[in-house]
Ligand binder design. Structure first.
Ligand code: PLP
Ligand code: COI
Length: 357
C-alpha cells in the first residue's frame, strides 16, 4: 500500500518547551498530526499531515459508545550527534494490526504506518528533545467513527498519530515505585482483550489504580483473572523479577500486553548471560523467595516507563522491600544497555533502530 501523504503545515507554530527537565509525560503536543481515513468498500484514503487540532466526529461514533479503539506508543530519540532515530517501529505497527484484528477493526499496512511515523517525526524534528531521559513519544491511535448505535463493527475508521515531547513517565523519575498487588479487581481474563492495546483495558483499570494511589502506591500489579494467584502486569508496564539470579516474567498468554520493551529486555538479558524464564509466578512464590533472600530485584518495562525499578510491593497488608529503595544492579545494567541502544550511544547488533534524517 502506498498512499501519498499530503502535508499541510501550520502557520502558527507553538513555542517549544524551554525546560526539558520538566517535560513529564503526555502533557504537550507538537504542531502537526497525521491522519488517514477508512470506509468500508473504499479502503484507506486521504492520508495527510495537518496542523494539530480538535477532531470533529459524530456523537453517535461507535468509539464513544462501545470503545472500539486501539492505540500504540513508541519513541523517537535524538542522538548525541543531533540525528534522530526510532526504536522498533515495525513491532508497534504489527501489534497495532494484531489489536485491530481482536477489535474487529481494519488493518493498516505496517510499512505504511512506519512511513507515516517517519514523515511526521521528520516534520516535527525540532520537537525531539535533547536531554538524556527525554524523547518524542508517538501515539498512533485508531477509532471507530461513522454514526450507528447498533453493536457491531463500525464501517468507518480514523487512524491518527500525535506526538508529545516526553521526559519521565513517573513523577519521581527513576525513583523506585511502590506497588499494590491487587486482589479484588482484575484487568483481563483469558479470552478477553488483555493482549490488545485497547482503551477499555485502561479505563477498566482506573478504579483500582485510583484506590491504590489514595493509599500511597504508584501502581497496581494485576493478578490473573481466574485464580487471583499469578502476577500478570502493571497498568502501563510488564513486570520482571530477578529471582535466584534469573530473570523471571509472566508468559504472554493472552491476558497481558506483549510488551516490546519486555521482549527487548529478555533478549538483552539472555545475551548478557542471565538465564530467562517465562512462566506463571504466584504471589506466594514471590513473598517466599523474598523471605529467603532469593528475590533480589523487581522492575517494570515499557515504552513510557522504560525500566522502572520497584522499591516496595504490598499484598494483603504484607509488605516487601526491594533493593534498599534503589535501582538494583541487574535493572541498572539492562537500563544502560537498552537506553544506550535507543539513544544511539551503543551499537545496535539487533537491527532495532531506524535512523531518520
Ligand atoms: N503493559 C501495558 C498494559 C502497557 O500499557 C504497556 C505500554 O505500552 C506495556 C505493558 C509495555 O509495552 P511496551 O514495552 O510495548 O511499551
Ligand atoms: C506506553 O508505554 O507506550 C503506554 O502505552 C503506556 C501508557 C498507557 C501510558
Amino acid at each position: 500500500m502506498d498512499l501519498e501523504i499530503q502535508i499541510l503545515k501550520t502557520n502558527t507554530p507553538k513555542a517549544k518547551p524551554s525546560d526539558e527537565g520538566s517535560l513529564g509525560f503526555g502533557k504537550l503536543f507538537t504542531d502537526h498530526m497525521f491522519l488517514v481515513e477508512y470506509d468500508e468498500g473504499r479502503g484507506w484514503h486521504d492520508a495527510r499531515i495537518q496542523p494539530y487540532g480538535s477532531l470533529a466526529i459524530d456523537p453517535a461514533s461507535p468509539v464513544l459508545h462501545y470503545s472500539q479503539e486501539i492505540f500504540e506508543g513508541l519513541k523517537a530519540y535524538r542522538r548525541n550527534d543531533g540525528g534522530l532515530q526510532m526504536f522498533r517501529p515495525w513491532e508497534n505497527a504489527n501489534r497495532m494490526n494484531r489489536s485491530a484484528e481482536r477489535m474487529c477493526m481494519p488493518q493498516l499496512d505496517a510499512d505504511f504506518q512506519v512511513k507515516a511515523m517517519r514523515t511526521l517525526v521528520e516534520l516535527e524534528q525540532d520537537w525531539v528533545p535533547h536531554r538524556e531521559g527525554t524523547s518524542l513519544y508517538l501515539r498512533p491511535t485508531m477509532i471507530a467513527t461513522g454514526a450507528e448505535l447498533g453493536v457491531h463493527p463500525a464501517k468507518s475508521y480514523l487512524y491518527y498519530i500525535i506526538c508529545s515531547p516526553a521526559g519521565s513517565y513517573y513523577k519521581n523519575g527513576m525513583a523506585p515505585v511502590k506497588i499494590h498487588i491487587e486482589d479484588h479487581y482484575v484487568r483481563a481474563v483469558k479470552g478477553g482483550t488483555g493482549a490488545a492495546k485497547t482503551g477499555g483495558n485502561y479505563s477498566a483499570s482506573l478504579k483500582a489504580a485510583f484506590d491504590a494511589e489514595k493509599k500511597g502506591f504508584d501502581q497496581v500489579l494485576w493478578l490473573d483473572g481466574r485464580e487471583n494467584k499469578y502476577v500478570e502486569e502493571v497498568g502501563a508496564m510488564n513486570m520482571v523479577f530477578v529471582m535466584d539470579g534469573k530473570l523471571v516474567t509472566a508468559p504472554t498468554g493472552g491476558s497481558i500486553l506483549p510488551g516490546i520493551t519486555r521482549k527487548s529486555v529478555l533478549q538483552l538479558a539472555g545475551d548478557m548471560g542471565i538465564a530467562v524464564e517465562e512462566r506463571p509466578i504466584a504471589v506466594e512464590e514471590l513473598f517466599r523467595a523474598h523471605e529467603e533472600g532469593r528475590l533480589t530485584e523487581a522492575f517494570g518495562t515499557g515504552t513510557a516507563a522504560v525500566i522502572s525499578p520497584v522499591g516496595l510491593m504490598e499484598y494483603h497488608g504484607k509488605v516487601m522491600e526491594l533493593s534498599g529503595g534503589k535501582i538494583g544492579p541487574v535493572a541498572q545494567s539492562i537500563y544502560d544497555t537498552l537506553v544506550g541502544i535507543q539513544r544511539g550511544d551503543r551499537p545496535d547488533p539487533y537491527g532495532w533502530i531506524m535512523k531518520l534524517s
